[in-house]
Design a protein around this ligand. Structure first.
Ligand code: AFP
Length: 351
């Protein structure tokens, strides 16, 4: 790593040095197999869209952009105005940047092609969930943006692209999310660990604040919509009982936290240790979360932070996708907790 830091006056009057996301990307470009100038620009484009989305979220109450736009998206859900705005901002940033040739959005039924790989546009494909947990915006709670980057074969023709891009998550060259919480954070990985950047509103830059993030070994939090407990499998219910059982000293060691926005729940558990779960249930055998837009990118980050991500049986990153919008049960976070979950589910199958 090369030092190229800026300095700003700290409250004490002394100078405080800091590294912006852009500097960080450039400094690490040559260390990563897939990192080229185009890749750096792609991440920068996403970060610019994130700043614009952040501005809209922060001013949402003032601009009267809360509430449903009236459209139904491909998942059959009512789109929120902020979903639409976020979707447009990311597509615009990616189109303008010209580093990717294919875009897939959770809000759009099909992928969007931008020219052909090799004819003047970049060779990356970007999948994203523009505003994860968007119903939270109505109640001023946290939301997020998730993105996943694949590299397409330079010779790929347009017809080959869809099948080519329906690749398992192990093929991601980068993934990340933006958490719009009490502060705004940009967290991403290129397969060389996970780094988190906090938006400094004074200078308008994401600044490195959480280098080399690792999920703590002790699992403190568990996150699941326990209102559905009667619809969960017996194996999963037994796991929940195991999780909540008091230790030798009679103390319960876990706490339940569930915001209802995957990014926010995942981010908290990444910092504090814990597990996020969206299991299959009687009515939703594949759960709710989308493999390409939500599960794969956060699985990549979880593993890079020393955690694990499973669909209950297998590693999420190894699932061969067969549909752009396919759903998958998700158990993600502290590795010990994920493995124990798999053990409980396997035992209930063989019982
Ligand atoms: P929305 O984007 O429709 O609010 O859904 C958010 C989400 O996909 C994920 O971010 C949450 O963890 C999960 O759904 C919450 O779903 P439940 O309301 O069923 O718990």
């Amino acid at each position: 790593m090369h030092a190229s830091r800026n300095e700003i006056p700290a409250a004490s009057g002394t100078l405080r040095s800091f590294m912006t996301l852009e500097q960080f990307i450039i400094d690490h470009q040559e260390e990563q197999a897939h990192s080229t100038g185009a890749f750096s620009r792609l991440i920068r484009d996403i970060s610019i869209a994130a700043k614009v989305i952040n501005r809209n979220i922060r001013r949402a109450g003032l601009l009267d952009v809360f509430g449903a736009s009236g459209d139904i998206n491909v998942q059959g859900e009512v789109q929120k105005k902020l979903d639409v705005i976020a979707d447009e901002e990311i597509v615009r940033a990616l189109r303008r940047g010209g580093e990717c040739c294919l875009i897939g959005s959770e809000e759009q039924p099909d992928t969007i092609s931008i020219g052909e790989a090799g004819d003047g546009v970049g060779r990356y494909a970007v999948y994203f969930d523009p505003l994860d947990g968007s119903s939270n915006t109505d109640v001023n709670a946290s939301v997020g943006t998730i993105f996943s980057v694949y590299r397409l074969d330079e010779d790929a023709d347009r017809s080959a692209m869809l099948s080519e891009v329906l690749q398992p998550g192990t093929e991601q060259v980068a993934a990340g999310y933006v958490a719009y919480g009490s502060s705004t954070m940009f967290v991403y990985t290129t397969g060389e660990g996970v780094n988190g950047f906090t938006l400094d509103p004074e200078i308008g830059e994401f600044v490195l604040s959480h280098p080399d993030l690792k999920i703590p070994n002790h699992g403190k939090m568990y996150s699941v919509n326990e209102a559905d407990v009667e619809d969960f499998s017996e194996g999963f219910r037994r796991y929940l009982r195991w999780l909540k059982a008091p230790d030798e000293s009679g103390q319960r060691t876990v706490r339940l936290r569930y915001i209802g926005a995957f990014v926010s729940d995942f981010h908290r558990n990444l910092i504090t240790g814990g597990i996020y779960m969206y299991p299959s249930s009687a009515g939703s055998p594949d759960g709710k979360l989308r493999l390409m837009y939500e599960a794969n990118p956060l699985a990549f980050i979880a593993e890079q932070a020393g955690g694990a991500a499973s669909n209950g049986r297998n590693r999420i990153l190894e699932i061969q996708p067969n549909d752009l919008h396919q759903r998958v049960p998700v158990f993600i976070g502290n590795e010990t907790l994920v493995r124990e979950l798999e053990r409980h589910l396997a035992e209930s199958v063989t019982a």
